[in-house]
Design a protein around this ligand. Sequence first.
Ligand code: ADP
Ligand code: MG
Length: 285
Amino acid sequence: MKHTKSLIELSGVWFDYHPDRQMKEQWALQDINLTIQSGEYVVVMGPNGSGKSTFARLLNGLFIPTEGEVRVGDFSTSDDLGQFHIRRKVGMVFQNPDNQIVATTVRDDVAFGLENLGVPREEMIPRIEQALEVVGLVGFENREPAHLSGGQKQRLAIAGVIAMNPDIIVFDESTSMLDPQGREEVRELMKELHQQGHTVIHITHSAQEAFLAERVIVIAHHRLQLDCPSKDLYNQSHLLEQWGLEVPLPIRLRALLKDQGLEINEPIGNSDEMVAQIWRYLSKT
Ligand code: ADP
Ligand code: MG
């Protein structure tokens, strides 16, 4: 997909929960400058406490910058009208699926956000059905959310967000509390939402998720440290370690193979490409 229009723009953004101008080096987020184009899929990585969740909440106007500005489309989160529009444009999926469930049936849970928006009932029904279809929960309408698996609960939370028809969906460590299957379900869904044209911002501290997107942003020590194509992470492994981030497996494997005399030159985007290259190498020798 071609990225042309700048959708999200952070300029000179500083934020703190209890801002003290004398101690700006301790603020939760410091001097963030960043643009994200419509239709991008961006992974945001960083160690705990680095400012990722603060960043997420700045994107949908839940937090307002202490200094600087966050713009989404034609609006700024710093003014009231802007906030009104931006909260509808930017959906958020959080870490703990249990905390996001508000109703006693799957259908009512998806309906909740629409009711809050004042969407008329006849419009609500098709939107709920469509959202449940996207997340693969058709047939679950009358089920109790409490009895769903972790992955299903998280997909239900995503349906609630999709029903509101956002352009941008921010996932704040939304895979981290799930079992491997649930994690895979949600990753697949993120990919699908991106393919459908949503702008996806996927916050994670899992190094293995770095290659799900083409672009990776690292926030460490409250600052934007790195913004690059994920393939370029291969040249940055020492930095990842320095920031306390796990180095993704394909990068570690590549370094190990290099020590053994097997040089893998092409940039490798994921484990599959890595396996293909090793295979080609071994078939030649
Ligand atoms: P991350 O999501 O990367 O783990 P956060 O954005 O949650 O990081 O936190 C960034 C910094 O802001 C941390 O130093 C954290 O202690 C601080 N912080 C987060 N939430 C609050 C809060 N509600 N009140 C005060 N400080 C907070
Ligand atoms: Mg967080």
